[in-house]
Design a protein around this ligand. Structure first.
Ligand code: M6R
Length: 594
């Protein structure tokens, strides 16, 4: 899970590579490097650390080059393991995203033939394989080399004395940016938008040759193919911070618009998928991380609104589960659409005979090619590693799906659907109300910054929201936190409660409220500070040290509002602790390895 950028054209390439890499830094940021074709060779500079650690003044003038920002998979972050990699003779330079599963065998074979390796990475074998197989035709060589690779890859190859870039992809994203007298390649669209908004997405198995005025593509069988040129309507400003100190804060504040956009054109007529074509009597949702928490909330939504049984699985576990005769309609949720675990799960579900639907935020992302149907959330680009507005819009899509399914199977009355729709329409306004109270929420963070351990508790539909609140705090504030169903604390975790263990408790006025109050009383009796989030209540106010209220909505919609409060709690806590909010340590925005 790294970032790749490449350029060939009439302009000086150094600045273009750096600019592109900075836009991709969210994909990985433990080392960076560039390769530029110069006079009679290829100049290479790479370093452990951030892109800013590269010394641009040292770059030679050149018009073709490739760059890479890394998130370590094989081999620790260090200069030697940074990309690009040379072959032995320094004739080729290669950058790679993904994982080469059979690299150990390849490395052994090449070592026997006399190749010397300089890194611990799987990626370096690609440069040496190219050298070993080169027969004066780089296109044919790359086509041959990729047949020897097992695993996932997005690859760019430079050759000395050449103005073209050879690229190949399999299960790792790679996009060509089509320009005038220049063409680019990148692992993700934001790196291209400074230069063009016309892109071509490669398919798995494709190899392409990119010259300044021509792009040629071959499929996995070696047939010359055309890939459609798609116009991207995100402008660059969308992908930048827009005056906020962090992308995460900007993205939290974008939620009213994101909800509105995700509802647009869908509230009264949902045409994204014709569910009547499928058996939806049993549903399974599969995903990872925050998307998994959205799936857990989705289970409650679908079971309550559409009265359809629904199970939820972690994508990384699903493929190891035993197949059964039951073939649930399977929904895969992935904001990036590039999460390897979720893509593998989509393939596995298809293999087992299930019909599949992906909910993703990224148009034409890899997962969209693995499923029968796709629904796009309309959150706009999310750059902060912490998922915020994409979680919210995933829930919006799940509400819309539940309404559609409930109406289709006659389990939902038209008037009730109408009520739900009205509530959905009000949500952007309610989120705005909460955002306007951010200063109050910020003050509460003082109670969290000192803690080493924090519990998040909720029941029913707000139990997964507690999980999500805990994940967000761990991820960006580096405070150990755990989400629990409130009724479970007394079965063990109570032993950890002390006066310095804050508990963030979610209480909305649903059928669990009385029980939750009881749980809060038990926690208060152990002296733990209680930060309650939810509906206003006198008794709750008495029991809790802080109460952050949300606008009054039917409990079914409370996850969206409660979660906004938890996002702000995590953000301001991380801010107080001076953490790297948009790029938390050891993490990357899309996890393209299993
Ligand atoms: O792109 P995806 O939704 O498939 O990503 C899944 C997780 O990696 C992701 O939600 C991760 O947990 C977030 N960084 C959490 O904020």
């Amino acid at each position: 899970m790294c970032g790749i950028v490449g350029y060939t054209g009439i302009n000086s390439v150094g600045d273009i590579l750096l600019r592109g890499l900075k836009r991709l830094e969210y994909r990985g940021y433990d080392s960076a490097g560039v390769a530029i074709v110069e006079n009679d060779g290829i100049y290479l500079q790479k370093t452990k650390g951030r892109i800013r650690d590269l010394d641009e003044d040292e770059f030679p003038y050149g018009n073709v080059g490739i760059g890479h920002t890394r998130w370590a998979t094989h081999g620790k972050p260090c200069d030697e393991n940074s990309h690009p990699f040379y072959d032995c003779a320094g004739e080729f330079a290669v950058v790679h995203n993904g994982i080469i599963d059979n690299f150990v065998t390849i490395k052994e074979e090449l070592t026997k033939k006399g190749h010397e390796f300089t890194s611990e990475t799987d990626s370096e074998v690609i440069a040496h394989l190219i050298e070993d197989n080169y027969d004066d035709d780089l296109v044919a060589t790359v086509q041959k080399v990729v047949t020897k690779l097992k695993g996932s890859y997005a690859i760019c190859v430079l050759q000395k004395n050449s103005h073209r870039i050879l690229i190949a992809r399999n299960q790792s994203p790679l996009v060509i940016g089509v320009g005038v007298d220049e063409n680019l390649v990148a692992s993700d669209v934001p790196a291209l938008l400074d230069y063009t908004n016309e892109v071509k997405y490669l398919e798995d198995g494709d190899v392409a040759e990119i010259c300044s005025n021509e792009v040629r593509i071959w499929d996995s069988l070696g047939n010359a193919v055309e890939r459609e040129t798609v116009e991207i309507d995100w402008d660059l400003e969308d992908a930048e911070k827009g005056g906020y100190e962090h992308y995460m804060l900007k993205e939290i504040y974008e939620q009213p618009k994101a909800i509105h956009d995700s509802l647009l054109g869908r509230l009264f007529e949902f045409n994204d998928v014709d569910f009547k074509r499928y058996d939806t009597s049993f549903i399974r949702i599969i995903s990872c991380g925050t998307s998994y928490h959205a799936a857990l909330v989705g289970k409650y939504i679908i079971e309550e609104i559409a009265k359809i049984p629904c199970t939820v699985e972690l994508a990384s576990e699903y493929r190891y589960s035993s197949p059964s005769d039951l073939l649930p309609f399977t929904i895969l949720i992935s904001q990036s659409g590039e999460t390897a675990d979720t893509i593998v799960a989509a393939k596995e579900a298809k293999l087992r005979g299930c019909k599949t639907l992906a909910i993703t935020n990224v148009i034409n992302s890899s997962i969209t090619r693995e499923v029968n149907e796709v629904i796009y959330t309309q959150a706009g680009p999310e750059i902060g590693v912490a998922a915020t507005k994409t979680f919210t819009t995933q829930l919006i899509v799940l509400y819309l799906i539940a309404l559609e399914l409930g109406l289709n199977n006659n389990k939902l009355l038209r008037e009730d659907a109408q009520e739900y729709r009205s509530e959905l329409r009000r949500l952007p306004r309610y989120v705005k109300v909460l955002l306007d109270r951010s200063e109050q929420i910020r003050k509460v963070c003082k109670k969290l910054v000192e803690a080493d351990d924090i519990f998040f508790v909720g029941r029913n539909i707000n139990y997964p929201v507690a999980l999500e609140g805990a994940l967000k705090l761990k991820e960006i504030a580096y405070i150990h936190s755990a989400g629990y169903p409130a009724g479970e604390l007394k079965h063990g975790p109570f032993a950890l409660l002390t006066e310095s263990t804050p508990v963030v408790a979610i209480l909305v006025k649903d059928h669990t409220f009385e029980k939750m109050l009881g749980n809060i009383g038990e926690i208060a009796a152990r002296g733990s500070p209680i930060i309650a989030v939810g509906d206003h209540d006198k008794e709750l106010k008495k029991l809790s040290d802080e109460l952050i209220t949300i606008p009054s909505v039917p409990p079914m919609f409370s996850p969206i509002l409660v979660n906004v409060v938890l996002q702000l709690l995590a953000y301001y806590t991380a801010y107080e602790l001076d953490c790297s909010i948009d790029k938390p340590r050891n993490l990357a925005k899309s996890v393209t390895v299993e």
